[in-house]
Design a binder for this molecule. Structure first.
Ligand SMILES: *[C@@H]1O[C@H](CO)[C@@H](O)[C@H](O)[C@H]1NC(C)=O
Ligand SMILES: *[C@@H]1O[C@H](CO)[C@@H](O)[C@H](O)[C@H]1NC(C)=O
Length: 171
C-alpha cells in the first residue's frame, strides 16, 4: 500500500507540473534533432521513421531535414504525422532484458506517455526509466536512436554517443 500511495503521489505531482499541462506546444510541429555529442558525426541529425514491418519503424537518424519525420506532442505522448489517416507514436522499448540501453520505435498507435519539451530540450520521464539519449551507428547502416536505462551504468561503445534531443519547431 505504501508503494501504491507513493505512486499516486508521484502521478499527481506529474499531473500538477506546468510542463505536463503546457498547451501551447501541443499543437506545434517539430523535428527531433541531436546535439551535444562528443562525436560530431552524431550531431545535427534528425529522427525519422525507418520502416521495419507493417506498423513498425525504428527511430533512425539522418542529416537530411527533408527526411525528418514531423512530430507533435499530444498531452505527454509524442506522435508523428507520417501522412496516414492513423496515428504513429514514439515508443521506447520496455527494458526487460537487463540491457543498459534500449531501442526506440515509432509504431502505429499513440506510443508511450511521459514525454516533455522543456525549453527545446526533449526528454522522456525519469520515472519511465529514462537516463538520456544515445545514438549508435547501427544495423540499418545509419545512426539510430536509443535511450539509456537510468538504473544501469552503461559502458558506451565507441560507435555510440550520448546526445541531447531538441525540438526544432517547424510550425
Ligand atoms: C491524442 O490522443 C488521444 C488519445 O489519448 C486521441 O484520441 C486523439 O485523437 C489524439 N490526437 C491526435 C491529433 O492524434
Ligand atoms: C527545465 O530545464 C531547466 C534548465 O536546464 C532546469 O533547470 C529545470 O529543472 C528543467 N525543468 C524540469 C521540469 O525538468
Amino acid at each position: 500500500m505504501k508503494f501504491l500511495a507513493s505512486l499516486a503521489l508521484l502521478a499527481s505531482a506529474v499531473a500538477a507540473s506546468p510542463l505536463a499541462s503546457r498547451q501551447d506546444s501541443s499543437s506545434s510541429t517539430f523535428h527531433l534533432k541531436t546535439s551535444g555529442a562528443s562525436n560530431d558525426d552524431h550531431n545535427n541529425l534528425y529522427v525519422y521513421a525507418y520502416h521495419t514491418g507493417a506498423g513498425f519503424n525504428d527511430a533512425v537518424l539522418t542529416s537530411d531535414v527533408g527526411t525528418a519525420s514531423p512530430a507533435f506532442l499530444n498531452g505527454t505522448n509524442t506522435q508523428f504525422d507520417l501522412g496516414t489517416p492513423f496515428p504513429w507514436g514514439l515508443k521506447p522499448s520496455v527494458q526487460n532484458n537487463y540491457g543498459a540501453w534500449e531501442s526506440v520505435q515509432i509504431n502505429t498507435g499513440y506510443g508511450s506517455g511521459g514525454f516533455s519539451v522543456n525549453g527545446t530540450d526533449f526528454e522522456w520521464s525519469a520515472a519511465s526509466g529514462f537516463g538520456g539519449w544515445l545514438v549508435c551507428d547501427w544495423y540499418h547502416n545509419a545512426p539510430q536512436l536509443f535511450y539509456i536505462y537510468r538504473y544501469t551504468q552503461p559502458t558506451i561503445p565507441s560507435s555510440c554517443s550520448q546526445v541531447d534531443l531538441t525540438a526544432e519547431y517547424v510550425s
